[in-house]
Write a protein that binds this ligand. Structure first.
Ligand code: SF4
Length: 221
């Protein structure tokens, strides 16, 4: 089955992206989760902002997608109580405290490493703060996802995470893991391992908690 590894904006790819997103949204709904599709980054970012009531406390997972949507900046400047783990003035212990507090945020924003067309979200984490918040704690979770991250089947999802997302993220962060250096996973036990935790979200109890906002563009790694 077709997937969109790198979105190039041609009409055929745009149509395929929408179809994949629509199929995945139906699958999410069958698992008590919600999904929305938008053609552009601007529309998707505005939709996410519209879902966050003024005065909410907001936590973030580290995500290139959220950066590309401009959501970190909008939340930090807006009328919200944000748990800003990216504040460069924080010491290590202070950053850890911010991450711990974010686990009880009203709203948690994140990307995802991959999503299967049958509605399962696959995420890895080095320390666990991001995947912990996706699993439990924040009252509401909003995940932003480019159509390039939709894959068919768990095996493809895990392969995408380890063979694409990890090497690119490791390189971006200047890590020395084998995948960052060689471009492929060596199933390492490196001290900087970014995939200590591997989670699969199969569904939700609360039908209002989890929403995936798809964008018909190429986002993240
Ligand atoms: S196990 Fe190591 S080499 Fe493989 S993806 Fe994770 S950090 Fe990279």
């Amino acid at each position: 089955m077709l997937t969109i590894d790198r979105y190039n904006g041609t009409p055929a790819v745009k149509r395929l992206g929408r179809l994949l997103a629509e199929q995945t949204i139906k699958a999410l709904q069958s698992r008590n989760m919600n999904g929305l599709y938008f053609d552009t980054k601007g529309e998707a970012a505005q939709a996410v902002m519209d879902m966050i009531p003024e005065g909410s406390s907001v936590g973030f997972g580290g995500s290139v997608t959220l950066h590309e949507l401009g959501l970190y900046e909008r939340i930090l400047k807006g009328p919200y109580q944000s748990f800003n783990r990216f504040d460069s003035t924080l010491t290590g212990p202070q950053r850890l405290e911010v991450q711990r507090h974010a686990l009880l945020a009203d709203v948690f924003l994140s990307g995802t490493n991959a999503i299967t067309s049958d509605g399962r979200l696959i995420n890895i984490d080095g320390t666990g703060n991001r995947v912990a918040a996706l699993l439990f704690g924040p009252r509401r979770v909003i995940v932003a996802c480019g159509v390039n991250k939709i894959v068919h089947g768990l095996e493809s999802a895990i392969s995408r995470v380890k063979e694409r997302a990890c090497p690119l993220n490791g390189d971006r962060l200047g890590l020395k893991t084998p995948c960052s250096i060689t471009g492929s996973c060596h199933e390492c036990h490196h001290e900087q391992r970014m995939c200590n935790l591997l989670t699969i979200i199969e569904g939700q109890k609360d039908p209002g908690r989890f929403t995936v906002v798809f964008v018909g563009e190429n986002l993240g790694f």
